[in-house]
Structure formats: C-alpha cells, structure tokens
Design a protein around this ligand. Structure first.
Ligand SMILES: C[S@@+](CC[C@H](N)C(=O)[O-])C[C@H]1O[C@@H](n2cnc3c(N)ncnc32)[C@H](O)[C@@H]1O
Length: 275
C-alpha cells in the first residue's frame, strides 16, 4: 500500500507515543498534535478535560445532544489517543474510534479505560486513510474534528462519503473541515515545502516530529462547502453549515447558515441528516 505523505507526521507521533512509559508522558510528548498544548506538567486528566468540554459544546450547538444519545452509536473519525473519545463513551451506548495510526488507537483504549467506559468502545484502523472498515448503516452519528483537513484532498472527500455510507437513514453527520483564509497565501506553499522534506531519508522523520514544521506541513487540504456538498449533497437533508461569527456566510442556497463562537475562523462544520 502506498504511504501518503500526509500520513507521515501522524505515524511519527504514533511511533513516539509507543516509546513513552506512562499515559501522562504520552500527553507531554505528543499531546500537542491534538490540542496544541505543551508543558512538563500536563497530564492525561487535563488533556481529556479539554475534550470533555468540546464534545458537549459542539453536540449541543448542533442540536445533537439529548437523552437519545444514551441508546446511540457514534463513529468518530480521527480519534487520536482519545481526547474526545473518553467523553463520547460516557454519553453514547457505543463508540467506534477510527484512526489512521494503530498506536494511537491503543493509547485511545488506555485513555477510555481511565476516563471513560471501555466496554462501550470499539476501534477501527483506517489503514488506507480513506476507508472505514464498518458496515453500512452502523452509526446514528458520525463525528470528525480537526481530521479531514489533515488528509489528502481526495481522502478527505472519501472519508466524508464513508461517513454518509455508515450512517443509518435518519442519522446525522457532524464533520469539521478547513477552508481558505487570507494567511493561506503564505501557509499553503510553505506547508507544501515542509511536506516535501518529510520524504527525505534520515532527516525527514526527524523534521516530521518537530512541532513547528509538523504544524506547517500537516494542513494537507482545504475543502470548501461547495465541493463537499457537490460530493454528498444528494444523500443529505436538513443541511446546516456552522461557521465562526467572525467569518462571512458561505451563502449557499437551501443550506442553513449558523454561527457558533467555538468554531475557528478557518473551520466550518457540515451538520446534516442522512436520507
Ligand atoms: C489533530 S488530530 C485530532 C484528534 C481528535 N479529533 C482530537 O480533537 O483530539 C488528527 C487525527 O486524525 C488522524 N488522521 C489523520 N489523517 C487521517 C486519515 N486519513 N484517516 C483517519 N485518521 C486520520 C491522526 O492520526 C490524528 O489522530
């Protein structure tokens, strides 16, 4: 199987996480790849607390958080080491955590064992970066946060299609994407250059583990609502886009335009019911 360049920093962080002794050490060494926080006093408990706040805030904002979730299955695409997954297992009957990196999924199990409900967790290795090894109609909700922007453009769209495929009719998707902002005039070409260096023998893997270069290089795609909706539109109903109040409306006919303070200026969320 071809290893895509976009996979390099995640595999590098996954391998780094394997060599750490305790879950707190994993957070101190690699936690920044998930929530951008660094420090020698970080702990898994603090890390999970950041996820607890975000899951509930987003699901409430999207109108997807009520007592029905107690009987529902959620699929999380890009779970990492379980920052948000632990919280999901406390709310949902079943949680399927999917990630590109198998070491992250092992750590995710540990996180959920300490801070969630491990009997509700299933993991799913996204070995090719674009296919979910799950049956059709397996989920009531598919959720993905700060992940689809890190995939190859076509893999991001493929995973969005997979989200729809695995969601039952009447279920929902809540998918976070990143689109163009003015700073991309500089960030985008710099990121491309950094990604090219990841392939260099010997130094490439070292560069991929450095925080500054990883952050520049891992923004692998920009997907605008028009492009994603062109790929998924027919299979969705009650389509809403959530954006930052600081950014202008995407102005798409037939699509709900909602704002939420918690959304980053460069991000947008597609929230919709699957037909
Ligand atoms: C920035 S982290 C976000 C993790 C988690 N959603 C959170 O907020 O803590 C992105 C995650 O997406 C995973 N990822 C990147 N590309 C992927 C792909 N093509 N398929 C599945 N997971 C992917 C990475 O391994 C990483 O765990």
């Amino acid at each position: 199987m071809t290893r895509r360049r976009q996979h390099v920093p995640w595999k590098a962080a996954g391998s780094a996480s394997e060599s750490e002794h305790s879950a707190d050490d994993v957070v101190r060494e690699t936690g920044w790849v998930f929530n951008n926080q660094t420090g020698s006093d970080l702990s898994l408990a603090d890390f999970v607390a950041t996820g607890d706040n975000e899951t509930v805030a987003y699901l409430q904002a999207f109108g997807l958080m009520d007592e029905r979730v107690l009987h529902q299955t959620i699929v999380e695409i890009g779970s990492g080491i379980g920052r948000m997954t632990a919280s999901f297992t406390r709310w949902f009957q079943k949680v399927v955590a999917c990630d590109l990196d198998a070491a992250f999924l092992e750590r995710c199990r540990e996180t959920v064992a300490q801070f969630g409900q491990p009997d509700r967790l299933q993991t799913c290795h996204v070995a090719d970066g674009r296919t979910l090894a799950l049956p059709d109609d397996a989920a009531d909700l598919v959720f993905s946060y700060i992940t689809l922007q890190h995939c190859h453009h076509d893999d991001g769209l493929a995973l969005a299609r997979e989200a729809v495929r695995v969601t039952r009719a009447g279920g929902h998707i809540a998918l976070n994407f990143r689109t163009w902002v003015a700073q991309d005039a500089v960030l985008w070409p710099t990121g491309k250059l950094v990604r090219a260096t990841w392939r260099l023998p010997r130094v490439g893997p070292i560069i991929a583990q450095r925080r500054l270069t990883a952050r520049l290089g891992w923004q692998a795609n920009r997907l605008a609502p028009t492009e994603v909706l062109a790929a998924l539109g027919e299979s969705l109903t009650d389509v809403r886009i959530y954006r930052s109040p600081k950014r202008r409306s995407f102005n798409l006919p037939g699509v709900g335009d909602r704002t939420f303070e918690g959304v980053h200026r460069s991000h947008w969320w597609l929230v919709a019911e699957v037909r």
